[in-house]
Design a binder for this molecule. Sequence first.
Ligand code: OAD
Length: 228
Amino acid sequence: MTKIVILTGAGISAESGVKTFRDSNGLWEKYRIEEVASPVAWAQNPDMVLEFYNQRRKQLYEVEPNPAHYALVKLEEKFDVQIITQNVDDLHERAGSKNILHLHGELKKVRSTVDENLVYELDHWELKKGDKCEKGSQLRPHVVWFGEPVPNITKAMQISQTADIFIVIGTSLNVYPAAGLINYIAANKPKYLIDPNAANIQMISNLNIIRKKAGEGVPELVDELLGK
Ligand code: OAD
């Protein structure tokens, strides 16, 4: 079965109403990265960090997957599909995609600060100071912060190497190591990049750039791949 590997970023969830990070009016316009998404921030101002992720989590309960998320599910009719997402939302899961690898963690999960293997589902939006793991330590968001390793990157590289077709959707390709995954795809394999503001990338062979919003560009490409 032909294997399609898909790398998604904040742009695929934009039309669901989730803010991207780097667009004008994106999240990093309002917050300084070091203030909310780093181990230093957590050490110096845990209240602010908790509040930032609580607001993101609260919003997640108010949004729905959009046509781009649903179109990727349809690809499973004919292909072996693996999604690698930089997003911490659960919109791929809620749309119904089967194989999803989260590179930067998951907003609806929290984990222990003394044992990273103690990961819990949070069934409501708010993580509070004083919420503790079974070993008695404060729980933190289960997200990868700047300066922290990306535990799933080796798996993502291995998956990318097996791709017959590679599709990148809605990412500025600014954050490594995720942005480097495209370099693991064999030169002769077709690659697609769907992003209305995609840069002119010339170093990657067999790359088709589709400058459209995900809600339009993804269903179109999916229909083309399914031969509809
Ligand atoms: P960015 O905010 O850097 O990039 C979002 C991309 O989505 C941009 O290239 C936009 O042009 C594009 N975009 C906007 N609207 C779109 C739409 N309707 N359809 C398709 N594309 C659209 O977000 P990411 O690349 O995902 O990490 O950012 C990568 C990482 O940076 C995030 O996972 C996050 C952040 O720091 C962590 O929090 C660890």
